[in-house]
Design a protein around this ligand. Structure first.
Ligand SMILES: Cc1cc2nc3c(=O)[nH]c(=O)nc-3n(C[C@H](O)[C@H](O)[C@H](O)COP(=O)(O)OP(=O)(O)OC[C@H]3O[C@@H](n4cnc5c(N)ncnc54)[C@H](O)[C@@H]3O)c2cc1C
Length: 430
């Protein structure tokens, strides 16, 4: 038996430190600072940099990366236990050097970047001196990359990019974008696009506006226009036509890390739910004493623990196989389950806090919106459910005789045949 749900003592000690540190030092940042990715904000840097120093000193900086990049090379199970604590605070990932989309962008730079690209972009990104943006979605569609039209055309030693991108998070704060553009429109569908590193200071690149969703403090999802944006040929990231392959490297890890942090968000809502129901009295008793309230607590706990187990099991499978392709089904399941768990727990917490719960003084309305965020970003739930179903059927071993062989009369006949001799012997004996 190798199943084991325990955490080794040394790592548990680290997690205990993280839990205290996030509660006492990091969560308060959410209340006084603007966006965590605004590295040009001196107030943000004055408060965040010393905390990042403490995290480095504890050897907990950028734990998703291997030691060669300054991380710890922790496997996904350890990351899951860490990230679920960081997810409680908007600033958690930034203070620990694992904020999206920089974490995924760093992974693909490390994997596919040339030595010069790594020197220029990767190290400052890993040190959080700069931040980055991943620009894939276009105004006419995100879920289906085959509708993307942003073109990159070769012109001498340069590539010239024209088109539009939509919902490119943190573009305004970014030093560079990683852009997917069509380079080979006549190639087979998944070989049409290439990836480019585009410095945000490049002429011809314009942020038309920043979009956001209603509960976000700062709108940071850039609507971008590329009007003949010229980058040298050596700014291509990965091979020509390889954008989909490169993107998968960042999306596999990105999706499961998002799920780990979502556990933290949901747990925070559940903790606040508990606090509320034992402290609020109505009709002469605590909210906690009412059965319909107890049901809300119980459902929330069960849903969160079920989801957490799914995430941890998937993390364990990634560690085991070390190949995201082998856990596509499991990651799709995590991605599909995540929005509903966060939505339902945050909604119950909101309701149990009454008018206070719906107000901007509590995080619940934002968490409900976050559930839609996690249901859309990195691909909508419907697409992941379709992937899950297809993978299930691919793995399914059909019986030799397909339907209607499992009709009750057929199965009964088969069972009678199977036990005929034994039953006849018994019948003779009695
Ligand atoms: C908070 C947030 C941050 C984001 N950050 C980034 C970023 O940094 N970079 C980036 O490139 N993109 C980003 N995105 C965009 C995200 O990747 C897209 O929203 C997503 O891929 C869906 O694309 P779309 O919004 O164009 O919706 P559409 O593709 O138009 O889909 C709309 C809806 O149609 C339904 N649908 C779509 N396809 C199917 C299908 N096959 N089967 C059944 N139903 C379907 C789903 O309900 C889906 O929500 C972000 C999105 C959000 C919400």
């Amino acid at each position: 038996m190798t199943w084991d749900f325990s955490t080794d003592d040394a790592y548990q000690e680290q997690l205990d430190w993280v839990q205290r540190f996030v509660r006492d030092e990091v969560e308060p940042l959410d209340l006084v600072l603007g966006h965590p990715c605004n590295v040009r904000d001196p107030r943000r840097n004055a408060l965040v940099r010393p905390l990042q120093g403490q995290v480095r000193a504890r050897k907990l900086w950028a734990c998703h990366l291997g030691p060669e990049l300054g991380g710890q090379g922790y496997g996904q199970v350890k990351l899951a236990l860490l990230n679920e604590l960081l997810g409680r605070s908007q600033y958690g990932p930034t203070v620990f050097g694992c904020q999206a989309p920089d974490s995924g962008n760093a992974e693909i730079l490390a994997h596919y970047g040339t030595p010069e690209q790594k020197r220029r972009w990767l190290q400052p990104l890993l040190d959080n001196e700069i931040v980055s943006c991943f620009a894939m979605t276009e105004p006419q569609g995100g879920a289906d990359p085959k509708v993307f039209t942003t073109r990159a055309v070769r012109d001498g030693d340069d590539w010239v990019i024209s088109g539009q991108k939509w919902f490119a998070s943190h573009a305004r704060f970014a030093e560079f974008l990683i852009v997917m553009a069509v380079t080979d429109p006549d190639a087979s569908p998944y070989k049409t696009m290439s990836m480019f590193i585009v410095p945000t200071s490049t002429p011809g690149l314009e942020i038309i506006r920043d979009s956001g969703f209603p509960t976000e403090k700062v709108a940071t999802h850039g609507y971008l226009n590329f009007d003949g944006v010229r980058v040298p040929a050596d700014h291509m990231l990965g091979g020509r036509g390889d954008a989909f392959v490169v993107a998968q490297v960042r999306l596999g890890g990105g999706r499961i890390h998002h799920a780990m942090r979502t556990i933290g968000e949901a747990r925070r809502a559940l903790d606040m739910m508990c606090e509320r129901v034992i402290s609020r009295r109505t009709q002469g008793e605590r909210l906690a004493d009412k059965q319909m309230v107890q049901e809300k607590l119980a459902d929330s706990w069960i849903e969160l623990e079920q989801f957490r187990l799914l995430v941890l099991r998937t993390a364990w499978l990634i560690d085991k196989h070390k190949d995201y392709k082998k856990v596509r089904k499991d990651i799709a399941a995590v991605k599909s389950a995540m929005p509903k768990v966060l939505h339902d727990i945050a909604s119950r917490a909101l309701l149990l806090h009454g008018s206070l719960g719906i107000s901007e003084e509590m995080p619940f309305a934002h968490l409900v919106m976050q559930s839609f965020h996690v249901g859309l970003a990195d691909g909508p739930v419907e697409v992941h459910k379709a992937t899950l179903a297809k993978q299930m059927l691919r793995d399914y071993q059909p019986s030799e005789t397909l339907f209607p062989a499992y009709h009750l009369p057929t199965r009964r006949e088969q069972a009678i045949e199977k036990f005929r001799a034994a039953l006849e012997n018994i019948d003779h004996a009695i």
